[in-house]
Design a protein around this ligand. Structure first.
Ligand code: FES
Length: 152
């Protein structure tokens, strides 16, 4: 069986929503300290809905596919729904990721949350801090890179 599903390969080769939104209402950037991969999410928000989304990911193929799928999953959705998106849901939508690559999808979940949190802070909108990950939880302890010889 192939290591990566057809869906992962499709989103890796033809990532959706790549780029920058110059007039973004919220921007979130997260990184994995061990592998050095970085994901940045830009949100355009209209009312309580994600009107548009773009991403820039400097990272492995799984991180790129996860970013692409995650942006597709939240586009047009209310913020409350985007906040419930889990990395597991992203991985499932990709038809699975190898266990040692699951942490790459964590970056997508956290970058989206960071962008929404940025939007709330820019606009002085009160929010429940418990909904957002703390700095120390960015999947560092799950990173595969330290033990892998192939490039991420
Ligand atoms: Fe670092 Fe995938 S995000 S290996």
């Amino acid at each position: 069986m192939a290591l990566y599903s057809d869906v992962v390969m499709d989103h890796f080769r033809n990532p959706r929503n790549v780029g920058v939104l110059e007039d973004a209402d919220g921007v979130g950037e997260v990184g994995n300290a061990k592998c050095g991969d970085i994901m940045k999410i830009y949100l355009k928000i209209d009312g309580d809905r994600i009107q548009d989304v773009r991403f820039e990911t400097f990272g492995c193929g799984s991180a790129i596919a996860s970013s692409s799928m995650a942006t597709e999953l939240i586009k047009g959705k209310p913020l409350s729904e985007a906040l419930t998106l889990t990395n597991r849901a992203v991985a499932e939508a990709l038809d699975g990721l190898p266990a040692h690559k699951l942490h790459c999808s964590v970056l997508a979940e956290e970058a989206i949350k960071a962008a929404i949190q940025d939007y709330y802070e820019r606009n002085g909108i009160p929010y429940d801090a418990a909904l957002f990950p703390q700095e120390s939880s960015h999947g560092h302890d799950h990173c595969c890179c330290a033990s892998e010889t192939e490039a991420c």
